[in-house]
Design a protein around this ligand. Structure first.
Ligand code: HEM
Length: 448
């Protein structure tokens, strides 16, 4: 069975129809030709944007000259109430300094130290699940948020503050989709901004809670009683160039993005992975067989037994990249594929289209985890796969997410068998991440 894909819009539609479709869902607002094109131009009275699927252009924007293609200020405006000056929205020297402080916490060695907390979150997730019909997106949000709390602040999701942050994030996201798209669409400055009152209130509450956690962690560090987790590591790291550490405000901005970027994305990928396995029972049986070899208390090395599970997670990130599109702005006159691009144009990079590009992948819409071990996949994997972006601005949590995804998937599948619910085929839509329009419902039975 071919995994669900949104129905693209007709090739030609009016600007207003396009904007309306765009507000509903970025994915179905695009025409089918983008799955074949190397580059596409969108002209509107307000802005020009160029979607680039040509690997050479993607390389130029993300890897060769990333400083010339910063994130647009409009993205910052849209997300400012929650994310302040977080590493996700800053540019230039500020961004470089933030990455120098954050990156060491996510290096390979630290991942190994985060492993026990991830494993505890996996155990807690399977203990929370019940047999019967389950909406797995919601469950996976819960599980991925738990991973973040345990690895960052050493508290489980049952902790009172963790619960409060998690619930406020949910409230924030329910008011969020339109705000997010408004930030994405470079509308003119006179256009009303959609910072709705409810969104602002949620953002304020989340920041107040995170500030509390950050301040009490600073006090624990000062008194030598702090647990050795990601928050402590980041707060103690000094920028090797300036010697500066994050102050409380800047740390709150970073914690906010770790929660947001770290749990929504992983949750989306895990939920789609479960759906793909439910609809591909042979692949599910192979994951179950691999997961059965895990010891009761696995350590980091046990991950090497989960090769197929990892490929399932990789393939899920190809078909349902949680971050479907990214936007940059060009600062100089450029020529892309013989077309002049004036400064200020929006450059859209779309993992969604790139990963299903008909000229770059064989069987682009099919679920085929074994492709990741085949020689002929190497070029596509190198040139046309970027669920975590690429270049210096690559996702800080990429390694973390691959360990988390593989581990949680293995433990979920070794505990439960997942089967599809009749007439409940999920339709992918782009909210903050790629989600199913009405959730993903699956039936769970306990494995013996
Ligand atoms: C499957 C899970 C994940 C996916 C698919 C994902 C994907 C991405 C992508 C595509 C970007 C680049 C966005 C852009 O340039 O506009 C990004 C950035 C980022 N991600 Fe992730 N992410 C995941 C998990 C995580 C986790 C677990 C964390 C942290 C704990 C994290 C933290 C960040 C941060 C801080 C950035 C901003 C980096 C920068 O701009 O320098 N992500 N992520």
């Amino acid at each position: 069975m071919t995994p669900p894909k949104p129905i693209p819009r007709p090739d030609r539609v009016s600007l207003w129809r396009y904007l309306r479709l765009f507000r509903q869902d970025i994915l179905s607002a695009q025409p089918a030709r983008l799955y074949r094109a190397w580059m596409a131009e969108f002209r509107t009275p307000f802005f020009r944007s160029y979607m680039c699927n040509d690997p050479a252009l993607i390389d130029l924007v993300l890897k060769a000259r990333p400083d010339d293609f910063p994130k647009s200020d409009r993205i910052r405006e849209g997300l400012n109430p929650l994310l302040g000056n977080s590493v996700f929205v800053t540019n230039g020297e500020v961004w470089k300094r933030q990455r120098r402080i954050i990156d060491p916490a996510f290096e390979g060695g630290r991942l190994r130290e985060s492993f026990p907390a991830m494993w505890d979150a996996a155990l807690a997730a399977t203990a929370r699940l019940r047999t019967g019909e389950v909406e797995v997106e919601e469950e996976m949000s819960h599980a991925a948020a738990d991973v973040i709390f345990r690895t960052l602040f050493s508290i489980p999701i049952e902790h009172q503050t963790a619960q409060a942050v998690f619930h406020e994030f949910r409230a924030y996201q329910r008011t969020q989709p339109i705000l997010n798209l408004a930030a994405f669409l470079p509308l003119p400055r006179w256009f009303p901004r959609l910072h709705r009152r409810a969104t602002l209130r949620s953002a304020e509450k989340i920041r107040a809670l995170i500030t509390q956690m950050t301040e009490s962690r600073a006090a624990e560090i000062a008194s030598g009683r702090a647990p050795d987790d990601l928050a402590t590591k980041i707060m103690q790291t000094a920028d090797p160039q300036t010697g500066q550490r994050f102050d409380t405000q800047e740390m709150v901005d970073q914690v906010a993005i770790f929660f947001l970027a770290g749990h929504e994305t992983s949750a989306s990928a895990l939920a789609w992975a479960l759906y793909l396995l439910a609809t591909h029972p042979e692949a599910q049986a192979r994951v179950a067989a691999e997961a059965a070899t895990l010891p009761d208390h696995p350590d980091f090395a046990a991950l090497s037994r989960l090769k197929f599970t990892r490929d399932v997670f990789r393939e899920t990130l190809r078909l349902y990249p949680p971050v479907p599109m990214m936007v940059r702005e060009n600062t100089w006159p450029e020529t892309f594929r013989d077309r002049p691009i004036t400064p200020g144009a929006q450059i859209v990079l779309s993992p969604w289209h790139l990963h299903r590009h008909e000229r770059l992948w064989t069987n682009p819409d099919g679920f085929d985890p074994d492709r990741w071990t085949r020689e002929d996949n190497k070029t596509s994997a190198r040139d046309a796969y970027m669920p975590f972006s690429a270049g210096p601005r690559v996702c800080t949590g990429a390694g973390f997410a691959m360990v988390e995804g593989t581990l949680l998937l293995a433990h979920l599948i070794r505990t439960y068998q997942f089967t599809p619910v009749e007439n409940a085929i999920p339709v992918p839509v782009a909210h903050l991440t790629v989600r199913a329009a009405n959730g993903i419902r699956l039936r769970l039975t306990k494995r013996s």
